[in-house]
Design a protein around this ligand. Structure first.
Ligand code: TTP
Ligand code: MG
Length: 229
């Protein structure tokens, strides 16, 4: 199964589970990260860290995600600052298992900062402060990631999914916004021209159904074994 694939990718999980083999699932809004990650709940050697978005919707009773979309001028920076904190908390959490799978990472949260900076949702000085925090953290905090799984999608497909899912806070999110977020993820993880990569990347076609995606994972496992053996 997929975890054996990870082990064969030359990184053996640490015996001290404070540093488990860590996989981050990345992709656009609505790319299927939660659905994908839920498939791993059946394995008792894997800690699945659930949707961080739930933390952003309830900050001591305040829905910061909603405020960010309603009034980005006022709340985008605060929101991104909180996203960064919660992602760092998930990165550094101690797990009782040798494998850990997370939805997103502090690395992909940076894609949103980058987009907000380009589209002026953030003031220049706000993005400078967020980026300085980011750079300090990735230099000084142990965030080692072993593998990134990129659920690569088409903006039109995730737009349709997002509309069907109808998360209330996201009612104002446009196709154009998803195209921007897609482009930044793609430049980072697919074209590899944007930020440095913190780990090897496996790209899956996230437009497909979860069954088809897992079939792809198996195929890529076979491909890897052929190359390795
Ligand atoms: P995602 O983190 O992409 O989570 P999701 O549940 O939508 O993904 P999937 O369907 O693949 O499971 O986005 C959650 C919301 O938070 C979305 O509205 C985008 C927003 N967001 C930001 O605005 N800034 C950020 O840095 C991050 C990580 C998310
Ligand atoms: Mg999700």
């Amino acid at each position: 199964h997929i975890l054996k694939l990870f082990a064969r990718m030359s990184i053996i999980p640490s015996a001290v589970y404070k540093r488990p083999f860590t996989v981050c699932i990345e992709g656009n809004i609505g790319s299927g990260k939660t659905t994908f990650i839920n498939e791993f709940k059946q394995y008792n050697d894997t800690t699945v860290l659930q949707e961080p978005v739930e933390l952003w919707r309830n900050v001591s009773g305040t829905n910061l995600l909603e405020l960010m979309y309603k009034d980005p001028g006022q709340y985008a920076c605060l929101f991104q600052s909180y996203v960064q904190l919660t992602m760092l908390q998930l990165h550094t959490i101690e797990t009782p298992t040798p494998y850990k799978i997370m939805e997103r990472s502090v690395f992909s949260a940076r894609c949103f900062i980058e987009n907000m900076k380009r589209t002026k949702m953030l003031r220049p000085v706000e993005s400078v402060v967020l980026e300085e925090w980011y750079n300090w953290c990735i230099t000084n905090v142990k965030l080692k990631t072993d593998l990134i799984i990129y659920l690569r999608t088409t903006p039109e497909v995730v737009y349709k999914r997002m509309r069907e899912r109808a998360r209330e806070e996201e009612c104002s999110v446009s196709l154009e916004y998803l195209q921007q977020v897609h482009q930044i993820h793609d430049d980072w993880l697919y074209h590899r021209t944007l930020f440095s990569l913190p780990a090897p990347v496996i790209t899956l076609n996230g437009d497909k159904s979860i069954e088809e995606m897992f079939a792809e994972v198996r195929k890529c496992k076979e491909g890897f074994f052929t190359k390795a053996d």
